[in-house]
Design a protein around this ligand. Structure first.
Ligand code: FE
Ligand code: FE
Ligand code: ZN
Length: 277
């Protein structure tokens, strides 16, 4: 089955997002757990969640993907900033248990000159503090473009984090096509090789989701600017190969392209036409 969705605004609640997803031909979606700037989250609305869960079941929405505020930095040089990231993520994970069995993606962080080894150590410390044996949410490390001092710019850095986390069963990876391309992985000409490398370094069994984006920049640019599907330097042919690749085709795909709802609807339609079942 082709599991495809896009990033949706969360301000009107879960039921609203579920209905929006279905209205554009999606069968999953991603949302920010709170304002990307990391402010206070909305109160949990149990009625909305109950209605959403019934709606999701009826319309075949299985797993959904939450995204942490991208301004958090688990490996800041500043201890208060690290503590803030931990507090927000811990609270997000508590709230995720109201919709059990889903996924929570976050950007590993930027080491801001401390070096990636120290950054990795701090990210690991945060994860070892917040992951709980009883949680039903899988926390995903997102592969990054390597902009500035971003950690997670290579499969090796993601692996180094995973290696040191104690509750590995709650941890996985989300691969962003724009980020890995900007990070220097040639998914246009060498998709098989990139997937093989991911498998050797991280292990494909740890890959839980794909962010499907085109890129405004070129291979290895370390820029991270998403483009509409087929309008960037990755292109429709390569992205079609991604959604149809044997190692990836059963994963959920999430569009984070610069679009409003109508644009997402068109991209989902386009990708469905590209999909070989
Ligand atoms: Fe992200
Ligand atoms: Fe992404
Ligand atoms: Zn991005």
């Amino acid at each position: 089955m082709f599991t495809i969705g896009c990033h949706l605004a969360a301000s009107k609640g879960f039921l609203h997002m579920g209905k929006e997803a279905v209205s554009i031909g999606a069968n999953t979606f991603q949302f920010f757990t709170r304002n990307p700037r990391g402010s206070k989250a909305k109160d949990i609305d149990e009625e909305d969640i109950k209605a959403y869960l019934a709606f999701a079941k009826e319309h075949g929405i299985n797993k959904i993907l939450a995204h942490a505020p991208y301004t958090l930095n688990a490996c800041s040089k500043d201890e208060h900033t690290r503590e803030f990231a931990k507090m927000i993520m811990e609270d997000d994970l508590k709230r995720m248990e109201y919709i059990p069995g889903n996924m929570y993606n976050f950007h590993p962080g930027s080491h801001v000159g401390q070096g990636s080894e120290e950054g990795i150590r701090q990210i690991v410390a945060l994860l070892n503090d917040i992951l709980k044996p009883e949680q039903t949410t899988t926390v995903l490390l997102e592969t990054m473009a390597g902009k500035g001092t971003e950690v997670g710019r290579s499969f090796e850095e993601i692996r180094a984090i995973m290696d040191q986390v104690e509750l590995k069963e709650h941890l996985g990876v989300c691969l962003d096509t724009c980020h890995v391309f900007d990070g220097g992985y040639d998914i246009v000409n060498e998709l098989d090789q990139v997937i093989k490398e991911f498998d050797q370094v991280i292990g494909l069994e740890h890959l839980h989701a794909i962010h499907l984006n085109d890129s405004k920049n070129v291979l290895g640019s370390h820029k991270d600017r998403h483009e509409k599907i087929g309008e960037g330097n990755i292109g429709l042919t390569a992205l079609s190969s991604v959604i149809n690749h044997d190692a990836l085709k059963n994963l959920p795909f999430y569009l984070e392209t610069p679009n409003e709802l109508e644009g997402y609807k068109n991209e989902i339609q386009l990708l469905k036409e590209q999909r070989i079942e």
